[in-house]
Design a protein around this ligand. Structure first.
Ligand SMILES: *Cc1c(COP(=O)(O)O)cnc(C)c1O
Length: 385
């Protein structure tokens, strides 16, 4: 058994990140400035989007995106129960109604057939979540939405860098919101990026900075003007240059970080693909994943312990884990407001009892991954039915 606890998802921060942040601290731009602009440019080139707006979280991007698309009380927004609560919370912030469409048990991605069943004349937007870094069936979802003039905003928190049919997620006319939270594929500690067509992103830039007509950072620059106008009561969602400094170095290390994740993924796949004790979550063939999460779906009939006990056993073997996710309809606010029962979304509900996420992060060595494999095997042997 390993001696030290293996954390679920620590960040990989090198001397290069520390130097770039220090450089920012020694300069004059702590908030949004030249490094933020540069990070937007680099990100834009990576995902091949029309425009990119650096923001302080993916949640901010989801809120801003729906606001820009005109979502308001009375509107319905369709998303998946298998997501982090932020995806739905922002719909509530706008006074609109959350509608859930159940998932595909193989991939845990939103099922387009279920979306179709939930569309009504009030449906104004669909928010597919590229769960675990796998791309949703975007051609089907986009066709469904375009023919009915419904907007699509992609929750791409897990999906940098994901390819769908050989194109990067972000390379689309949909708005996409990415996350650089501390546990995501690259990090700025907190942070995000909203990408999309130029007209929508210009609106987002105004709405994301107080509703102010000019970028504040230009305001204080030589030749900038002190004059500004408030066009609308906007939000405060801009990224800082300290965050962008982290992001610039992280993105420059992208191939190294992805190689680390890929190595771990391959070790897991080889060990876990054909087990009687669990199934592994599948990745659709038309996408390339950054392997954001590695999920086991326990076959509870084959084990004497349940998922929660399995997690405790892993923890006692010094392996950190997590669960993605407690589905939305099982959180008290949503269950009470929408009168959802656990059975309202049967696939998500069943999966929720079986899933756990193993460590898969930018710091792991092959030995760490082997330690996880050994611990999982040990538990299965000890508790097989
Ligand atoms: C992390 C996450 C978010 C929120 O991202 P933040 O940058 O922390 O706001 C939204 N959706 C999903 C699916 C996430 O995993």
């Amino acid at each position: 058994m390993r001696k030290e606890f293996l954390h679920f998802s620590p960040p990989s921060i090198t001397e290069a990140e520390i130097a770039e942040v220090t450089d920012t601290l020694k300069g004059i731009w702590l908030s949004t400035g030249p490094k933020t602009k540069k990070f937007e440019e680099v990100f834009k080139n990576q995902v091949q989007c029309e425009e990119a707006f650096a923001i302080n979280s993916c949640t901010a991007g989801l809120h801003l995106g729906l606001k820009i698309l005109g979502i308001q009380p009375g509107d319905e927004v369709i998303t998946t129960p298998m997501t982090f609560a932020a995806t739905a919370n922002v719909v509530e912030h706008l006074g609109a109604t959350v509608v859930l469409a159940d998932i595909d048990p193989k991939t845990l991605l939103i099922d387009p057939k279920e979306i179709e069943k939930k569309i009504t004349p009030k449906t104004k937007a669909i928010v597919p979540v590229h769960f675990a870094g796998s791309a949703c069936d975007m051609d089907t979802i986009n066709d469904m939405a375009r023919s009915r003039k419904i907007h699509v905003l992609e929750d791409a928190a897990h999906a940098f860098p994901t390819k769908y049919k050989n194109k990067m997620i972000g390379n689309t006319s949909n708005l996409c919101s990415f996350s650089f939270y501390a546990t995501k594929n690259i990090t700025t500690s907190e942070g995000g990026m909203l990408t999309g067509p130029e007209d929508l992103i210009s609106k987002a830039r105004v709405m994301g900075l107080h509703g102010m007509s000019k970028d504040a950072w230009k305001r204080f620059d030589k030749g900038g003007s002190w004059r500004y106008d408030i066009e609308t009561p906007g939000y405060k969602y801009n990224m800082t240059d300290i965050q962008a400094a982290l992001g610039l170095v992280q993105i420059s290390r992208l191939s190294e970080l992805m190689a680390t994740r890929t190595q771990v993924f391959k070790i897991y796949q080889e060990a876990f693909l054909n087990s009687p004790f669990f199934e592994v979550n599948q990745i659709p063939e038309n996408c390339e994943s950054p392997y954001h999460l590695y999920i086991l779906k326990l076959n509870l009939d084959s084990l004497k312990i349940n998922r929660d006990q399995f997690i405790t056993e892993l923890s006692s073997r010094n392996i950190g884990t997590s669960v993605h996710y407690i589905p939305l309809h099982r959180h008290s606010y949503y269950a009470n407001k929408y009168k959802w029962t656990p059975e309202s979304f049967p696939v998500a509900n069943q999966m929720a009892e079986r899933i756990l996420s193993l460590p898969l992060n930018n710091c792991m060595t092959a030995q760490d991954a082997q330690d996880v494999v050994e611990a999982v095997r040990d538990i299965c042997t000890q508790f097989k039915r």
